[in-house]
Design a protein around this ligand. Structure first.
Ligand code: SF4
Ligand code: SF4
Length: 321
């Protein structure tokens, strides 16, 4: 039995992760590799180190502390902070994750992404926001990463939340065995289901996996009577095309059960810092954030197909039906 999971963040007062004010719990580990991922620190299942170049004074203490010679020698701080600087503090393929460098840094330039937490640890933190849930119809959303990558832990987390009377949402990419999903949703009020692309080849190209299992799970979920909110991340050059939206709308309209709403989530590039902190060169860093109003025609298409649809996915937002 998995006693703890790595949590990268617990976000309070989230308004885009289900109804009302929510506390969103981000678990580490995901089987997909979406090129636009806004939470790159949640992809790996292992703890990772953020190196924040703007805070680093190049004192060299981390290098002295590292037993693996996995830290590059200091350079003048201005050099490492220059826009586009290729300087990296950590030689990641030598690092064994001992975190001695993090302890040695007195400037907060090194920190760990992914803290181990038990179910009680998480729920004790989540429950601090209970008055806001009660007043807004909110609750806890478990996200990631991919929560179903930790089937036992996530299932027990939802069970324990329900026993505490907390409304629950699962935010999933749907890429897991049906028995896992079927078990987890026993204690889930709403499933926020990511639908990234309807075409298998395009899906594989930018996420690393085929979408057949995802579409099948979505169909089973809808037949099951589970409340489903579809979330479609709109990525320039990937799925920002009305023909693709039409195919997605037709697929969703043909599901055996009801879809409560569809949220179109515009691509943004606010996550660039996180890629830099992880030492990853993000191929999408030069792509500009999508102006939400540009997605209105697509939202209208979904509405004309009979769905409630939003741009942005606010849990307080009018869905246009
Ligand atoms: S210990 Fe911290 S401030 Fe000093 S060089 Fe390492 S990362 Fe930079
Ligand atoms: S985590 Fe350990 S091995 Fe990795 S860079 Fe830091 S001190 Fe070196």
């Amino acid at each position: 039995m998995q006693q703890q999971a790595l949590v990268t963040d617990i976000q309070k007062f989230a308004v885009n992760d289900g109804p009302g004010f929510r506390t969103s719990v981000f678990l580490k580990g995901c089987p997909l590799k979406c090129a636009w991922c806004h939470n790159p620190e949640t992809i790996s299942r292992a703890p990772e180190i953020y190196w924040k170049r703007r805070l680093c004074v190049q004192c060299g203490a981390c290098m002295e502390a590292c037993p693996q010679e996995a830290i590059n020698a200091p350079v003048p701080p201005e050099e490492s902070r220059e826009p586009g600087s290729a300087y990296q503090k950590i030689i990641r393929d030598r690092c064994d994750g001992c975190m001695k460098c993090v302890d040695a840094c007195l400037y907060g330039a090194l920190c760990v992404a992914g803290r181990p937490m038990s179910i009680d640890d998480i729920l004790d933190e989540v429950e601090q926001d209970r008055p806001f849930y009660d007043n807004s119809g909110g609750g806890m959303t478990v996200s990631g990463g991919e929560p179903t990558a930790h089937p036992d832990f996530t299932g027990r987390l939802f069970l324990a939340a329900r026993q505490r009377g907390i409304h629950t949402c699962l935010d999933t990419n749907g890429f897991c065995g049906w028995p896992i999903l079927e078990t987890i949703i026993e204690n889930v009020d709403i499933v926020l289901f990511d639908l990234k692309h309807i075409d298998p080849a395009a899906h594989r190209l930018l996420t690393g996996v085929d979408n057949a299992l995802i579409l099948k799970n979505l169909s089973r979920l809808s037949r099951n009577g589970t409340e489903i909110w579809i979330r479609i991340p709109i990525v320039p050059g990937f799925n920002d095309d009305m023909e693709i939206h039409l195919r997605m709308a037709q697929f969703l309209a043909g599901l055996p059960g009801k879809i409560s709403r569809i949220d179109l989530l515009p691509f943004h590039n606010w996550c660039q810092d996180k890629y830099d902190w992880l030492g990853i060169c993000w191929p999408m860093q030069s792509i500009e954030a999508l102006e939400p109003s540009l997605l209105e025609p697509a939202a209208e298409l979904y509405r004309e197909t009979g769905f409630a649809a939003t741009v942005g996915g606010s849990g307080f937002e009018h869905t246009g039906t």
